[in-house]
Design a protein. Sequence first.
Length: 243
Amino acid sequence: MGALQLLPAVDVVQGRAVRLVQGEAGTEHDYGDPAQAVARFVQAGAQWVHVVDLDAAFDRGSNDELLARIVASVQGAKIELSGGIRDTAALERALDVGASRVNIGTAALENPQWTAQMIETYGSQVAVGIDVRGEDVATHGWVHSAGNLWETLARFDDVGCQRYVITDVTRDGTLMGPNLDLLERVCAVTPAHVVASGGVSNLADIRALRELVPVGVEGVIMGKALYAGAFTLEEAFAAAQDS
């Protein structure tokens, strides 16, 4: 079957690591220094860390300099950067400071032609983040609707997208469990790798996602459950291994 890849998440607002409830601004819970959060995850064995600039995602500034320092300081793990990647300069800046992959969200829906060019140029270094509410795609920090999920997947499959980050926004930050049905349906229609995001609450959720590895789920982004102490990253790695 193969192991499920785990990506602990560090979301940054005004220089602090936070978690939101269903992606809503104003629901932040402060979890301290993001550099320390990344360092803890790497020390615990994380091979990837998902770092999000929520200020950039909500169009209210950025944490560019801080995130550049964090990425440059990481040794032994890869960083996926997300939030505010809306033009070539931002994408190249993220890669230049050492990110191994960038996640394009809102801009992918608003500027699919540019996104296609970035996919052609950077290949697997580009993931397309699709935030889903029902079968609708949400953008701009999940506050606007931007079309149908299945049409969106078909559009980016046609230009060679190699990886999607699929977030069920109704579950993100809620500890309600991942939307396994949605993930199975996505995997059934795309040849790309799928990274799940949203809702993981316990080790049983990780084991359930691991069962979807054969159909195309590559990994899972985890946030609130780790910060809330529902399980340790070491325990999560054990649950993610092939049985």
